[in-house]
Ligand binder design. Sequence first.
Ligand code: HAM
Length: 420
Amino acid sequence: MPPETFKAPTGTHDVLPPESARWQALEAVFADIVTPAGYGQLRTPLFEDAAVFHRVGEATEIVRKEMYDFEDKGGRRVALRPEGTASVVRAFVQHHPAVPWKVWYSAPMFRYERPQAGRYRQHQQFGLEALGSDDPDLDVEVISLQASFYRALGLQRVLLVLNSLGDANCKPAYLETLGAYLEEHRNELCDEHRQRAAENPLRVLDCKRKACLEATRNAPRTVDHLCGPCKDHFERVQSGLGALNIVFAIDSRLVRGLDYYTRTTFEFQASALEGAQNAVGGGGRYNGLVESLGGPATPGIGFGSGVERVLLACDAEGVFPAPGTDVEVFVVDVAGGEAARDLTATLRAAGIASDRAFDGRSMKSQMKAADRSGARIALLVGEDEIATGSVTVRHLRGDVEQETVPRGEIVERVRSLVDD
Ligand code: HAM
C-alpha cells in the first residue's frame, strides 16, 4: 500500500510561486504607503492567552464560535489570534510605548468558519493601528492610507462605507432604543435573531437574511442618536475625507463583526466580489479597548485588510498581476557543469540574478529551461568556449546577434546588457 498522502487543512491553502511573489509585492506596496506615514511594523506572537480575545469580543461570533483555542502542554488556555487588534492592544498595555503609537502588521489570522470563496480558516491580514488620539484627523489619516493602498494596486471598483456607532455616552442609550424596536418586531426577525436579538442588538442590523432586512428597514439609526461630541467628531471625519477627495457612502447598518467599536466604523467593499465576502478591509475606532485590557484610558483606531480578498478583487478587475520573474541570466553549460556552477556564483555575487540547469541535461533541454526561466540572456558554455576561455552571450528576446565575450569580462558585459 502506498503511504497516505496529505492535503492542507480545510479552509487553508498553500501559496506557491509565482503567486507568492504577488503576495510579497503586495506587502511591499502596503509597507511603502504606511511606513512614510510614521507607522512601524509590529510583530506579535501567533497565539495569545485566550482571555485576551474573550475580553475584547465575548459576544461576537468570532470569539464565541470561531476561535482556534486549546490547552497547551502546560495547561494554559491559548488561542491562535482570530484578528490583529486585540494583540496590538495587549502589546501596547504590556510595553506602554509613547503615544501616538502607530504600528502596522502583516499576519495570518485564524477563524473556524465555513470555508467558501473569500472566507478561509487561515487568512492573511495587513492592518494598522494608531493609539493615543481621538482627533478626527487621525480617522481621516487611517482611512486615507487604506484608500491609497487600494488605489496603488489599481483597484477602482471599491466603495468606502462609513458609519458612527457613538461612544460610551450615547451608545448604551441607542442600544436600548434599538433593543426596544427589535423586541416590538421580534416575530418578524429571522430564527436566529428572534432568540438572540437582546444579547447583541447591533448584530441584527448586520444580518443579511431577508426577514431581518425587512424587519429592520425602519429601525432607529445610530447616526440619528449620536451625542453632540460624537456627532461633531463624525462630521469632522466626513469633511476631512471630503477635503482629501475620498468618496464615501454612509450606511447606518455598518456595525461590523467585533464588539469593541466606538464612533467611526468603515469598510471598503469591492463590487466585483460576492455579497457576504465583499469587504476587502474594514476597521474603526475602539476608544474603550485599551482600558478593557487593563491599560490606561487610550483611544485607538485601525483597520485590517484581507490579502486573499484584495487579490480576488484585483483578479476581478484585471489589475496587479504577479510580477515577472527575477532571473536575468540563464547559464547553459554543456561542458560538464563547472562553468555553470562558477558563473552563477560570480554573477549572483555581483548582484545579477541568474539560474542554471542541473543534472547534465542536453543543450535542447537547457535552452528550454532558459526560455521558461524568463531570463533575457543565455550564457552558453561548450567545449569551444572552455578551450578559448570565453562565453557565448545569446539574447533570448528580440533578434540581437549573439556574441562571444572573454570569460574575465563577462560580468561587466552582462551588467551593461541588463542595465540597458
Ligand atoms: P474584520 O472585518 O473581521 O476586522 O477583518 C478584516 C478583513 O479581513 C475583512 O475585511 C476581510 O477582508 C478579511 N477577512 C476576515 N475574515 C476573513 C476570512 N475568514 N477569510 C478571508 N478574509 C477574511 C478585523 O479583524 C479588525 N481587527 C479590523 C480592525 C483593525 N479594526 C480596527 N483595527
